[in-house]
Ligand binder design. Structure first.
Ligand SMILES: [Ca+2]
Length: 627
């Protein structure tokens, strides 16, 4: 009974996505008691992996059949109605729907023998699974929906995950459901009155040090905890913030005020932009009286977050952090100004960006050169620094769009002359820079053409890695630590290219290629995992239920236990967070929290994994129904 209660509460947490008629069918509570065949396991000799969120009614619908050994020629696949278990389609009548990959030879990337099961021709909305005989046992795939607007709720849940990850606030039940907590990090010596500490040389996730360098109390509330740890690294915050603003711009005209059920729902501004603003306001705060930005704010992780009473610690100012602040706030100024939601806030962002920019003009980077490499700054505990020149050019592109001043244009042009196209999605802030520059009123047409070509070239490369060319229907350069971020970034190239073209055939080509990466994130991958946390209520039977996290995944902590895994007395982690994913190869993943297996390399989330995935999933959430 407990799990039914928890499921009800989960609906409460996501409750206000309020979609009525367009809502894809939800997993009925009876899913788990389904009387159909045994559900597929990663050890099944033959595995059918589906996108557990689902497929568009009229879109391509490819599932992956994976065998440990060569696939038997006589395998029959039946599409079954999840409620009645009745077969509604069979590969016996659709022989061409099963397409052996590489003529049935082993796929080197996954080590599986693969066939593509193409259900595109089946176009009846509903909830289904695929049943088949795996080595003498009747087996079924995880269930999936077929619906017109199938990606919407899962994509919005991935946006809402940022709300749960917010630092320095209370999360009332009204917005957070069963993942509510009281006011956190707002006590004495915490985020409202934090002090600057001297870095003691310890790793990034640890406290800055023991010695206070400056005891001026500073308000550094806001933004999001970086990952499973509760630190706020200025570099990562800026990267995430800027990724999210681009993700917003890709769907801006489709977004609404009340999309996310957050405290800012009902204020008249798009909720997506409100969520980013929680980071923007932090970046406004995170500097001294001259506009010099601090490198990191340390908050000690704990469960529940409001139980942590440790002092919040700030590191020293840094030139790299200051230029990153300028770029982020200049970008926010453009987006807020053009959105027309809050002109005063747009101006404040611009003024603050300019303060940091002017300081960098007076006092060029690096502020204190590193003795070993004088082009870089001496280290004061500022982790995850972003490329200084890229940040400078991004800020300049934004100022150029805001003011039209040619000095900024020249900075962008000088930087652009150094840019060579790289692998899809792997050029950091360059995409934001392009998005800002190409729509600047006085942009140089030749530069704009070259910028668009960079995006289109990378999207074309991405298209080559999809569909029948790959065992799992998509590819990235490699499955490294945080591979899901690269999945998001690679898939997002098609979204950007689709937005740049006016040719309907090209747009379709790019979006259908990007959609393959959506399928990967939602479960059509070599481990059959939906890489987002706790999406059972949206239909993903095998979503991530264990995530390495100081609050909802703290091994051995009694208060955290209810958030870890599933079963009686469990509610699991908050929904929609994307974990790092496989690391080393497509199948190398650790599911638990056993310290000796370095779970943080696999199942820890990070705001910089989440943000590029939102350029992809956010786009499909809003525009998937129009494809
Ligand atoms: Ca709002």
């Amino acid at each position: 009974m407990k799990s039914v209660v928890a499921l009800g509460a989960l609906f409460l947490g996501l409750g206000s996505f309020g979609l009525a008629a367009e809502t894809p069918p939800k997993a009925p509570a009876s899913d788990s008691q389904n009387q159909g065949p045994a559900v597929v396991k990663k050890t099944s000799p033959v595995r059918v992996w589906a996108d557990q969120i689902g497929y568009r009614t009229k879109g391509p619908k490819m599932l992956v059949v994976a065998g440990t050994a060569e696939l038997p020629k006589d395998l029959v696949f039946e599409l079954c109605d999840a409620k009645t278990n009745a077969a509604v389609w069979s590969s016996k009548d659709n022989a061409n729907a099963v397409l052996p990959f590489k003529n049935g030879q082993k796929d080197g990337e996954s080590g599986d023998f693969i066939a593509h099961l193409d259900l595109s021709a089946f176009q009846k909305p509903g909830r289904y699974y695929v049943a088949y005989d795996a080595g003498g046992q009747k087996t079924r795939s995880f269930m999936f929906n077929i619906a017109d607007d199938v990606y919407r709720e899962a994509g919005l849940a991935a946006w809402k995950a940022f709300y749960y990850q917010r630092a320095d606030c209370e999360k009332p039940e009204k917005y957070a459901g069963v993942w509510n907590h009281g006011p956190a990090f707002l006590g004495p010596n915490q985020a409202k009155e934090a002090k600057i500490y001297k870095w003691n040389g310890h790793p990034h996730f640890e406290p800055v040090g023991k010695d206070i360098l400056d005891d001026t109390p500073r308000d550094v509330r806001g933004a999001w905890w970086d990952a499973g740890d509760f630190n706020k690294y200025t570099g990562n915050t800026v990267r995430c913030h800027n990724d999210l603003l681009l993700a917003y711009l890709l769907v801006a005209t489709s977004t609404k005020d009340k999309d996310l059920n957050i405290p800012e729902s009902g204020n008249g501004a798009a909720d997506l932009l409100d969520e980013v603003r929680y980071g923007t306001e932090y970046l406004i705060r995170i500097c001294d009286k001259d506009g010099a930005a601090f490198g990191k704010v340390h908050e000690q992780g704990g469960c529940p977050p409001d139980a942590v009473k440790n002092p919040v610690q700030i590191t020293e100012i840094s030139g790299a952090a200051t230029m990153a602040r300028a770029a982020a706030l200049a970008l926010a100024a453009v987006v807020w100004k053009e959105s027309k939601f809050d002109d005063a806030f747009a101006k404040k962002c611009q003024d603050e960006a300019k303060r940091s920019w002017d300081l960098m003009v007076q006092k060029p980077y690096p502020w204190t050169p590193d003795a070993k490499d004088p082009k870089k700054e001496a280290y004061t505990g500022y982790w995850f620094a972003l490329d200084h020149n890229q940040m400078r050019a991004t800020a300049a592109a934004c100022f150029f769009r805001l003011t039209g001043e040619s000095a900024y244009d020249q900075i962008v042009k000088d930087y652009w002359a150094t840019v060579k196209s790289g692998a899809p999605g792997e050029q950091g802030e360059v995409y934001t820079l392009i998005w800002m520059y190409m729509n600047a009123p006085k942009a140089d047409p030749a530069i704009v053409t070259a910028m668009k070509k960079l995006i289109t070239d990378q999207a074309d490369q991405m298209v080559q890695w999809t569909g029948e060319n790959k065992g799992y229907g998509m590819g990235i350069r490699g499955f490294w630590w945080g591979s899901n971020a690269l999945i998001g970034r690679t898939g997002a190239m098609g979204v950007m290219a689709a937005e740049l073209t006016s040719d309907p055939a090209a747009k379709k080509k790019y979006l259908e290629a990007s959609e393959q990466y959506v399928h990967y994130l939602f479960g059509r991958n070599a481990l059959g995992k939906c890489w987002l946390t706790n999406l059972k209520s949206l239909g993903a039977e095998n979503s991530i239920m264990v995530m390495f996290h100081s609050w909802v995944g703290k091994d051995g902590d009694k208060a955290s236990l209810k958030y870890i895994g599933e079963g009686p007395d469990k509610i699991g982690p908050f929904p929609g967070m994307i974990v790092g994913g496989p690391n080393g190869n497509m199948k190398r993943y650790v599911e638990g929290l056993n310290w000796t297996q370095s779970p943080w390399e696999f199942n820890e989330p990070d705001i910089t994994y989440q943000s590029p995935c939102l350029q992809l999933l956010g786009y499909f959430a809003y525009k998937g129904k129009d494809m």
